[in-house]
Write a protein that binds this ligand. Sequence first.
Ligand SMILES: Nc1ncnc2c1ncn2[C@@H]1O[C@H](COP(=O)(O)OP(=O)(O)OP(=O)(O)O)[C@@H](O)[C@H]1O
Length: 322
Amino acid sequence: MLQGSGGGGMSPMIRMTNIQKTYRLRRGMFASTEELMAVNDLSLEVAEGETLGLVGESGCGKSTAVSIMLGLLQPDHGEVEIAGQKIDTMPVADRVRLIQPVFQNPNASLNPVKRIQTLVGQPLRLHGGANVDAEVKRMLDLVGLPSRLADAYPGELSGGQRQRVAIARALILGPRVLICDEPTSALDVSVQAQIINLLLSLKKELGLTMVFVSHNLAVVEHLADHVAVMYLGQKIEEAATDALFADAGHPYTRALLAATLPPDPQAGLPEQKLGAAAADPFATHQGCFFAPRCPNMRQSCVEDPQKLRKLRETMVRCERAV
Ligand SMILES: Nc1ncnc2c1ncn2[C@@H]1O[C@H](COP(=O)(O)OP(=O)(O)OP(=O)(O)O)[C@@H](O)[C@H]1O
């Protein structure tokens, strides 16, 4: 959903408003601290049952944004509401039944000396649920794993199977929201497709609201209803997935598309390449953060703050986009 489109007046399942998060970094033993704004005035809304793709290159603030969404990290400013309740004042027992993460590397989140039965059942045991064994069996079935794997250890499973275990564990408390932070990036391409299809069918079957974080636009194309593109902490474009793929307005989004999709002469999307300069998270100028790499850059881009504005079917943070 585009910001402000409001979901027919009902409050969205996820609402992030004007989130800002700065990290303070020490440079050298005696040097003063330097500030890095990882998330800069980010607002997002996701309607119930929808999937938001959150996209951008490494370091643009995606993980920081979703950690704040999950209530695992405190923002400097701004507010997160899940199902109309503020995340920072929500009791943990309520939060874990409402919103759950699936991370990139299941190896890091699955204790190698515990059996799958124990790992998947653990959240339910911790939060006082009943019929743990039966629920674990149901969850394994839901994510397409044979129940005999309940007795296995994570090291006996393939990468794709381990990610299915992580998804089963995230779902056992029956959350309404699933936050997937690069859940397929560590997997082979063929296994990536299986996990994406699994997430798609779970979304339909369980009515889940999802946020799917990726650096790769092609990966979110099949999953997301709408996509927000981030660059150096800012949302620089947001649109329904079809509109973004057909008619992206921001030069950065167009460059991402050119980098991830095969060239299509019919598509009418001129190929746009990123300049050689890397994104500088310490840049402090007022204007567009992408300007140093932008092929369409003018002096005003560096001087004038860029606001999100409507351009055909997308919201775009670029005064020169046409
Ligand atoms: N704990 C931290 N302390 C200091 N800086 C941090 C910390 N976590 C992240 N950063 C910095 O904040 C910025 C945003 O990082 P973040 O991990 O949120 O981005 P990302 O888009 O998720 O990248 P990636 O895909 O590589 O994880 C980066 O410049 C990163 O170096």
